[in-house]
Design a protein around this ligand. Structure first.
Ligand code: SAM
Length: 262
């Protein structure tokens, strides 16, 4: 019996019905697959049944990694590393289809890193099927003027089309997590605003959302040196709160910020 490590966000899927639903979301046959955190292999085994061309597994836990290696013993590429430390852009020559019941403690970090490091020209995945804590998923799919809306949604929607697939109850996992989970499906956007450096979008949203309840006049002036004409140009009312600006306004602000600094 494997003792799950809380520090590595280990909640293993045990509900075969849910496992099948996740696997059936995308075409796997002859595709190049990447799975993050395969754990005991519940998703991995089902993926292999669908005959992918190749599968790459990234698992940080040494013990699980060894167990899985013995169990699978197939044409699988094993990477015993922290997913945050791999260079995902150069993981595989061909485009990857990604699965991950993500470790909850670092799920937003993984998604943010992938988006910030995405090349404007060549995207390394065709889709992502990822599981998050429901509360985190709600933030990712949130829209402006709602309480969940914030930096994560603005960043994710910049490069990705996002679809909610399903909520999953705690009793589908062993050990049972305290909260519900949600599976999201992501595809790269073909059209998106090009920035010199995606970190500027991160910076703008960090400063705007520093105080959610306060009006945006102060963060705006901090970033744009009190040049309130820019706000008028972009049609932004500085008496609004950060959650009242839609995605596109944040992308426009980033573009303007970069332009003024060039
Ligand atoms: N895929 C399995 C399943 O659905 O039953 C396990 C999912 S469990 C929620 C998360 C997995 O990610 C665990 O196997 C854990 O060891 C692994 N993990 C945690 N942190 C990691 C990291 N930084 N890099 C790679 N894998 C990690």
């Amino acid at each position: 019996m494997i003792k799950a490590k809380k520090s590595l966000g280990q909640n293993f899927l045990i509900d075969q019905n849910i496992i099948n639903k996740i696997i059936d979301l995308v075409d796997i046959k002859n595709k190049n697959i990447l799975e993050i955190g395969p754990g005991t292999g519940s998703l991995t085994l089902e993926i292999l049944k669908k005959k992918p061309k190749k599968i790459i597994l990234v698992e940080k836990d040494d013990k699980l990694f060894d167990l899985l290696k013995d169990k699978l013993n197939k044409d699988v590429e094993f990477i015993n590393k922290d997913v945050l430390k791999i260079d995902e852009n150069n993981l595989n020559k061909q485009i990857l289809t990604v699965f991950g019941n993500l470790p909850y403690n670092i799920s937003t970090e993984i998604l943010s890193k992938w988006i910030l490091n995405l090349s404007p020209k060549k995207v390394w995945f065709n889709c992502l099927v990822l599981m998050f804590q429901k509360e985190v998923a709600n933030r990712i799919i949130s829209k402006f003027n709602t309480k969940d809306y914030g930096r994560l949604a603005i960043l994710a929607n910049w490069r990705l089309n996002i679809k909610k697939i399903m909520d999953i109850k705690p009793n589908s996992f062993q050990p049972r997590p305290k909260v519900e989970s949600t599976v999201l499906f992501f595809e790269p956007k073909k059209n998106f605003m090009k920035f010199k450096n995606a970190k500027n979008l991160e910076k703008i949203t960090r400063i705007f959302f520093m105080h959610r309840r306060k009006i945006i006049k102060k963060p705006f002036n901090q970033l744009f040196n009190n040049n309130e004409n820019i706000a008028s140009e972009l049609g932004i009312d500085l008496n609004l709160r950060p959650q009242n600006l839609d995605f596109n306004t944040y992308y426009e602000l980033t573009k303007k910020y970069e332009f003024l600094r060039s």
